[in-house]
Design a protein. Structure first.
Length: 201
């Protein structure tokens, strides 16, 4: 497969700086949603990069450092659990993506975005379904976003050890639901994701 198909298409159309964007953490019951924007050097693929969901955690950690050392620049944007509850998860994800792009020290003129919707950037945007398995830039962003969020959830596991966030990273596993039932809802839980539980209290 051609990992640079979309990047090359953008360059062919006259764009000069391409960034890939992806998110991590749309599905969990707790914690923020993260987005990353990554600009790779023209024609460059970080060896070993793939959709973050297809890579083991230890390899993701190694690739995280590799991407940071080989990219032109990267940025991580976050939308909090409060913002998720206020806006809804889709709009909060878009907010995190916009923050990620705003944080780049090099301004891109086009963004390749994983998914089928555009986050409302002030630059050209191409949404690419399953982009994290088609574009080198998006795949790199998927790893940066995933590792950044996982590290945050590990910090939260120390703050709220009873929920065992280190095991499920906030996703709705059987263990996580059992801990919520036992200890109630923590300050970092997404209230709109737990309406049934909260309504039963």
């Amino acid at each position: 497969m051609n990992w640079l198909e979309y990047e090359n298409k953008a360059y062919d159309e006259g764009f000069l700086t391409v960034c890939g964007i992806d998110e991590a953490g749309r599905g969990p019951l707790a914690g923020p949603v993260y987005a990353a924007a990554v600009i790779l050097p023209k024609g460059h693929i970080v060896e070993g990069v793939n959709d973050s969901k297809k890579i083991f955690e230890k390899k993701r950690e190694l690739l995280f450092d590799k991407i940071i050392s080989e990219c032109v620049c990267y940025s991580v944007g976050v939308a909090t659990e409060q913002e998720i509850d206020e806006l809804n998860i889709l709009q909060a994800t878009f907010l995190a993506m916009r923050r990620a792009v705003d944080g780049l020290i090099v301004k891109p003129d086009i963004a390749l975005i994983d998914g089928n919707k555009k986050p409302g950037l002030d630059i050209a945007q191409w949404d690419i379904v399953k982009g994290d398995s088609k574009s080198a830039s998006i795949a790199a962003a998927s790893i940066i976003a995933k590792v950044s969020r996982d590290r945050y959830m590990l910090e939260m596991s120390e703050k709220y050890p009873e929920y065992q966030f280190e095991k499920h990273k906030g996703y709705g596993t059987k263990l996580h639901y059992e801990m919520i039932e036992k200890y109630g809802v923590s300050p970092i839980h997404r209230k709109t994701f737990l309406k049934k539980i909260l309504n039963n209290e």
